[in-house]
Design a protein around this ligand. Structure first.
Ligand code: G3P
Ligand code: MG
Length: 250
C-alpha cells in the first residue's frame, strides 16, 4: 500500500538549502536522504521547471511570473541568493535535470504538480508524459517501489496526469480532508491521500487506511509529532528539518 520511503525531504533539502534546487538535492544526500518532494510548474513555452511560486519575488528577485517567462530565461535566474550568498546563482532547475540527478543518485521522487492558474491540465499532462517516458524501464519492471509518485492539490491536473499516463501512481493532496474525499480519490485513481498533518486526526487517518489508500503528510518538522502520526497509521511524511528527522526515523 505504501512501497515508497517513509521520510521524504521537502522541496529538495528542507531548510538546509534553497528550496527546489539541485543544491537542495545535494543537501538531502549529505543527510542520507534518498527521497525527495519538489514542485513542478510550466514555463511560458511549456517546459516543466522546479519552482514553487508562480510569481517572482520570493525565491527569485524581480517582477514577473513563471507562466510568462520562457524556460531558458527561468533557468538563468538566481534561485539561491535569497537563501544565502553561498548559493548565489543556483539556478531554477529544469524538471528533466531533477530526473537525471535523482536517477543517477537513486533518489525516489514525489513530484508535486504545481500548476499556475489556468494551466492545470497542461501541467498535469506534461509532467505525466515526461515522467512516464523517463521511467519506462522502471514501469516495465513492474516494481512500484521504483516508480515516482505524482501528487497535486489540483484535481484537474491529476485528472490530466491520469489520462496522459495512467500507469504512474498519483497522490491527491488535500489541505483539509473533505467529506467526499474517497469519491474524488477514486475518480482520480489515486493510490494515496497526501494531507496537512495539522488538520489530520487519528479517526480520519484510520478511515483513509481502512479504505485502502496510502496516507502521506506534509510538512512535519517536529519529531514527537512525527511519531504521533506514524502511530496513527500514517505511511510517511515530508520534512523541512532533515537535520532533526533522518531517513531512518521511526
Ligand atoms: O507536497 C506536499 C507539500 O509540498 C505541499 O505544500 O506548498 O510546500 O508545496 P507546498
Ligand atoms: Mg510541494
Amino acid at each position: 500500500m505504501w512501497p515508497y520511503p517513509k521520510i521524504v525531504a521537502h522541496r529538495g533539502g528542507g531548510t538546509l538549502a534553497p528550496e527546489n534546487t539541485v543544491a537542495g538535492l545535494r543537501a538531502g544526500l549529505a543527510y542520507g536522504f534518498r527521497a525527495v518532494e519538489f514542485d513542478v510548474m510550466l514555463s511560458r513555452d511549456s517546459i516543466g521547471m522546479v519552482i514553487h511560486d508562480p510569481e517572482f519575488g520570493r525565491t527569485v528577485a524581480g517582477q514577473g511570473s513563471v507562466p510568462q517567462t520562457d524556460a531558458v530565461d527561468l533557468a538563468g535566474m538566481d534561485a539561491g541568493s535569497w537563501f544565502g550568498s553561498a548559493f548565489r546563482d543556483e539556478p531554477i532547475p529544469f524538471y528533466t535535470q531533477f530526473i537525471d540527478y535523482c536517477k543517477a543518485q537513486r533518489i525516489w521522487m514525489n513530484v508535486e504538480i504545481k500548476p499556475a492558474d489556468g494551466f492545470e491540465a497542461d501541467t498535469g499532462a506534461w509532467v505525466a508524459k515526461v515522467t512516464r517516458d523517463s521511467y519506462a524501464a522502471e514501469l516495465a519492471a513492474g516494481d512500484p517501489a521504483g516508480y515516482p509518485l505524482l501528487s497535486s492539490f489540483s484535481f484537474e491536473a491529476l485528472a490530466a496526469a491520469r489520462d496522459a499516463a495512467p500507469e504512474l501512481p498519483r497522490g491527491y493532496l488535500l489541505d483539509q480532508i473533505p467529506a467526499d474525499w474517497q469519491a474524488q480519490a477514486q475518480e482520480l485513481g489515486a493510490v494515496a491521500i497526501h494531507t496537512n498533518h495539522k488538520h489530520l486526526t487519528a479517526e480520519l487517518a484510520a478511515q483513509i487506511k481502512a479504505a485502502g489508500f496510502g496516507l502521506f503528510c506534509y510538512t512535519v518538522n517536529d519529531a514527537a509529532r512525527g511519531r504521533e502520526i506514524l502511530a496513527w497509521g500514517v505511511d510517511g511524511f515530508c520534512t523541512d528539518r532533515i537535520d532533526l528527522i533522518g531517513p531512518t526515523f521511526a
